[in-house]
Design a protein around this ligand. Structure first.
Ligand code: PLP
Length: 490
């Protein structure tokens, strides 16, 4: 286990030189979390001035640092990126260059991973109640690219693959019956929706091995493993280790976990598993007061809990695989938004901004906390590098422009007193941020600017236009736009 880092003694009040986080290659300067205060406010002001608001910023060097830290903690494991956290091309390329595989949750994600240059042998498609269209896409692809692996978690899915003639690489998703996670909507380990039940897993795996090239078993216990939940994590990983040993063992052991007792299946062939994938869900400290996850501690707990799993021929060991999403991208992103309304009310001060739940859904959907910093500028001054707006904090609700009560980013949060025109930065927004953005209320989605030492600041997704809102409708063409008819601009 690598122990060359300083631990999680992070101070939110980071006095830097204003160019923090742009040298991803230096492993010694790779803190476990980048806080909102670590971003250079001048640079963020410059981006907002050039591209308007709301705008996402993603730092590719930070993504690379997160990948490197993960790989250093799990040196012998297969490290995969659950791309659904952020599928932007620039992020996918960065992760690919860092040597991680792509874990995809839909045919669309597989398509984007291929387009970003992942070889099919580095793509894992996890099918949860997969639409027929997705299965057909993947099976067609596999006919040309047999290196792809399909992870399936229901006997029906296996049958549907056989019906389509698939007999290639398969990984069985198991429901280990223990879950971790920060919110019930993302706690998947104990939810019956995901994976075959644990007590039927060995039998299902053996049947699957007759029809496919069974290369792995998989479980994902939910998102948000934090330092308090290591016990649940250990328990579920150790169940996966037990199951894997049962499957690779030369003969059936009676009463082993994951094995239904049945007399008619005496000495099944050992299964030649390549890996045991224990999913993602590594937590990220959204609150300034939360310590960062000690990834080395998680890694060693994971290895201990898994134990050694000998390969079927007894000459090697089955690999551990991990596939975090959030951990790799969350702290690499911020959402910039500008204050347009400050409304004191008897109860609270409501600060209206131009970003809403359509841009960043997590607070409305999961009650998620995101740090919010006031970078100032509304009073005509630009703050000094490294300092937020120099005003006393007052408790505020920050709310967006959407006609929904859930459309707020915080309530009763002390923030340097906002004035109209201030730039706010919403932190730790790189995971499930742009990815969950919608066009609800006919709101074009925001642009995204990527930072890197290689390209400095680069617009990697443009802001959508009103025309983008109707582009899929059959009876709308450009000339329908009322604003064109009246000769205005869009
Ligand atoms: C969402 C998901 C992940 C990643 O979850 P994070 O909390 O972002 O790490 C990994 N594996 C599977 C199967 C998932 O669905």
């Amino acid at each position: 286990m690598s122990a060359d880092r300083g631990g999680d003694d992070m101070s939110a009040d980071h006095d830097d030189d204003g160019v923090s986080g742009t040298n991803g290659s230096d492993g010694a300067e790779n803190p476990p979390i980048r806080r909102l205060a670590d971003w250079d406010p001048d640079r963020l002001h410059g981006i907002a001035a050039e591209h308007g608001t709301p705008t996402y910023v993603i730092d590719l060097d930070r993504v690379a640092e997160n990948c490197e830290r993960l790989r250093a903690a799990f040196p012998a494991a297969d490290c995969r990126y659950a791309v659904k956290a952020h599928t932007g091309r620039a992020v996918l390329k960065t992760v690919r260059e860092c040597g991680l595989d792509a874990e995809c949750a839909s045919a669309g994600e597989v398509d984007r991973a291929l387009a970003a240059g992942f070889g099919s042998d580095r793509i894992h498609y996890t099918a949860v109640n997969p639409p027929a269209r997705d299965l057909e896409y993947i099976v067609d692809l596999a006919a040309h690219e047999p290196g792809i692996t399909i992870t399936a978690g229901a006997v029906d899915t296996l049958d549907r693959l056989v019906e389509r003639g698939y007999d290639g690489r398969l990984c069985l998703r198991v429901n280990p019956g223990v879950g971790a996670g920060h919110h019930e909507k993302v706690r998947t380990g104990a939810a019956a929706k995901f994976g075959v039940p644990y007590d039927r897993a060995a039998k299902t795996a053996r049947a699957a091995a007759e029809r496919f090239d069974l290369v792995g078993i998989h479980a994902h216990a939910g998102s948000g493993i934090d330092p308090d939940q290591l016990d649940a994590h250990r328990e579920f990983v150790s169940r996966m280790g037990d199951l894997a040993r049962t499957l690779t063992a030369p003969e059936t052991e009676q009463d082993t976990p994951g094995t239904e007792r049945e007399g008619d299946h005496a000495d099944p062939d050992p299964i030649d598993l390549e890996y045991v994938d224990v999913g993602g869900g590594f937590g990220v400290p959204y609150r300034e007061t939360e310590p960062a996850l000690d990834i080395d501690a998680v890694a060693s707990a994971t290895r201990d809990a898994l134990g050694t799993v000998p390969t079927a021929d007894g000459t090697g060991t089955v690999q551990l695989a991990v596939e975090p999403g959030r951990y790799l991208v969350a702290d690499a992103g911020v959402l910039l938004t500008r204050v347009n309304t400050v409304k004191p009310t008897p109860e609270e001060t409501v600060v209206g901004v131009d970003a809403g739940m359509t841009d960043l859904l997590r607070p409305a959907m999961y009650d998620a906390y995101h740090p919010i910093g006031n970078l100032g500028g509304g009073d005509g001054s630009t703050p000094e590098a490294g300092k937020p707006a120099d005003r006393e904090p007052i408790p505020v609700t920050v709310a967006g422009p959407i006609c929904e009560t859930g459309d707020s980013f915080c309530t009763d949060r002390p923030i340097a007193e906002p004035v109209r025109g201030d730039l706010l930065a919403i932190g730790i927004a790189g995971a499930y941020g742009y990815e969950m953005a919608t066009q609800y209320n006919s709101r074009p989605r925001p642009p995204e600017v990527a930072l890197s030492s290689e390209h400095d600041a680069r617009l990697v997704r443009r802001r959508e236009t009103h025309a983008d809102l109707t582009v899929v409708e059959d009876d709308v063409d450009e000339t329908d736009s009322p604003i064109d008819r009246i000769g205005g601009e869009r």
